[in-house]
Ligand binder design. Structure first.
Ligand code: THU
Length: 142
């Protein structure tokens, strides 16, 4: 598991919390914010973006990943995730299966850290390997 300083963890969670205000959630009213840390300590944020046709909607985690990937980033250390109904965080928010698979494409499962947070002082820290055991990744196609 990558070592992330407490200061950086708090910063990531803080950035994820800020993104709750940006979530476009007219259908579920469930806001999710994410903040993704690159190998070089750059932060890319994301929010969920829903759609009237439902399936085109995008999760906060994938928004953050796709922003980063499209800017040329390829290596990541950690992601902070927060979420809650009506933008109020009352519990830990776990990433959906599709988002875990996107993480699997670009992250080292035993190293990549997920911070599932209620606030900057209350969070669960898990690896991608724990969230997606025996996942299918790029090396399986070699
Ligand atoms: N959502 C995320 O953004 N990330 C997750 O990992 C779980 C679900 C969003 C999708 C949808 O806009 C809303 O939360 C309710 O499912």
């Amino acid at each position: 598991m990558y070592i992330i300083t407490d200061e950086m963890k708090k910063q990531l969670i803080g950035e994820a919390i800020k993104m709750l205000a940006r979530s476009y959630i007219p259908y579920s009213h469930f806001a999710v914010g994410a903040a993704l840390l690159t190998k070089d300590d750059k932060i890319y944020t994301g929010c969920n973006i829903e759609n009237a046709a439902l399936t085109p909607g995008n999760c906060a985690e994938r928004t953050a990943f796709f922003k980063a990937i499209s800017e040329g980033e390829r290596e990541f250390k950690a992601i902070a995730i927060v979420g809650g109904k009506d933008r109020e965080v009352t519990d830990y928010c776990s990433p959906c299966g599709v988002c875990r698979q996107v993480m699997r494409e670009f992250c080292v499962p035993s190293e990549f850290v997920l911070l599932l947070a209620k606030n900057v002082d209350d969070y669960k820290e898990v690896t991608l390997e724990e969230m997606l055991p025996m996942g299918f990744g790029p090396e399986n196609l070699c």
